[in-house]
Design a binder for this molecule. Structure first.
Ligand code: AMP
Length: 347
């Protein structure tokens, strides 16, 4: 049960809620009752190949996460400063790192290996890792519960469509394919990230357009996706403009939904059979238009949406007799992190 929740945003930015992570965590600790705090669970974006489950944090684990910073320079440092501050302020409370990558460690080698020079890949830890693992794991399990099926006998394609977005094929509770890669940049179209592009685009922008590597990275991570195509990273805004007939928003929406459909098709093939397709996160939970457009025309594959259920916001939005259940399951990454933290502390 959630006793309290809060959000501190734009840390270190002008007009943000806190000047740095230490101040941010101090504010959180002042506002919660620390008396019966049993443990602290930290979300760590990148666990590399080294962490396949939630891990009790000690000096060695911190050093290992530090070693992974080159793989996740935009994400891991924030988690490390959070860990450092809470360990200093609450040294007696056990702390657990829950990795966004861990759930995807079950993907077989052929699903995580890029067909590049194998020596380079090994030397620089280049492979697919995948992210949003806590969300995909939670949502797949909740989908099985919703359908009254044992999770270990249920296949689900989970579509986490928030500001970041990724797809995952889950076979019997284990991830077997996912759309993000070495970083959270590839795969689906996102609020400000491009998702999949030909890597040659980067060479071209550098060599022909004269952009630096840093400028290209900023462009693909912050000025791409819905933002790049429609000038707005908020799907509500894109949908509103599309309804008014705006051509850029119409194209952005179409590219967004087609990319989802391409992944659903690929993951159906990987799984051979799926019991459910589940939408989650801000867009997945709230946009009936995205859900019905992304899965439009798939009835030959047993995938159909009942539009009155879809528009009403039901949990199961496919017709009763459909071969594949289409579901909407709110994600709860904080709850999943808390549960995984508790599980990690059990002897
Ligand atoms: P998240 O990262 O899960 O918080 O999701 C953020 C995204 O959800 C943003 O792009 C929002 O525009 C989108 N979103 C939230 N509510 C709606 C809605 N009613 N319709 C479409 N998109 C929504």
């Amino acid at each position: 049960m959630t006793l309290a929740k809060g959000l501190i945003e734009r840390i270190g930015e002008a007009g943000g809620d806190a000047p740095d992570h230490t101040a941010a965590l101090q504010r959180i600790m002042e506002s919660v009752d620390l008396e019966d705090l049993g443990a602290i669970g930290h979300r760590v974006v990148h666990g590399g190949s080294l962490f396949s489950e939630p891990t009790l944090i000690d000096d060695e684990v911190v050093a290992t996460i530090e070693g992974l910073v080159p793989l996740a320079p935009l994400h891991n440092p924030a988690a490390l400063s959070g860990i450092a501050v809470t360990r200093k302020l609450l040294p007696e409370v056990p702390q657990v790192a829950v990795f966004d990558t861990a759930f995807h460690q079950s993907i077989p080698p052929e699903g995580v290996t890029y067909a590049i020079d194998a020596g380079l890949a090994a030397a620089w830890q280049i492979r697919r890792y995948g992210f949003h693992g806590t969300s995909h794991a939670y949502v797949a399990r909740e989908t099985a519960a919703l359908l009254g099926r044992p999770p270990q006998e249920t296949n689900v394609i989970t579509l986490h469509l928030g500001n970041g977005a990724s797809a995952c094929a889950v076979r019997g509770g284990r991830s077997v394919a996912t759309s993000m890669g070495m970083s959270p940049l590839p795969g689906l179209v996102m609020g400000t990230r491009s998702g999949d592009i030909d890597p040659t685009v980067i060479f071209h922008l550098h060599r022909v357009a004269g952009l630096s590597i840093e400028e290209i990275e900023r462009s693909l991570t912050r000025s791409a996706g819905l933002q790049g195509l429609a000038g707005a990273n908020d799907m509500r805004e894109v949908e509103r403009r599309r309804a008014e007939g705006d051509p850029a928003a119409t194209l952005a929406f179409a590219v967004y939904c087609r990319r989802i459909k391409e992944h659903v098709g690929a993951y159906l093939a990987i799984l051979g059979h799926t019991d459910a397709i589940t939408f989650t996160a801000g867009i997945g939970e709230n946009s009936p238009t995205v859900r019905s457009t992304a899965l439009h025309g798939l009835s030959a594959l047993g995938i159909e949406i009942d539009e009155s259920r879809n528009n009403r916001g039901d949990r199961i939005i496919s017709p009763d007799n459909a071969r594949v259940a289409v579901c909407v399951v709110p994600t709860d990454e904080e709850l999943e992190i808390a549960e995984e933290t508790r599980a990690a502390l059990r002897p």
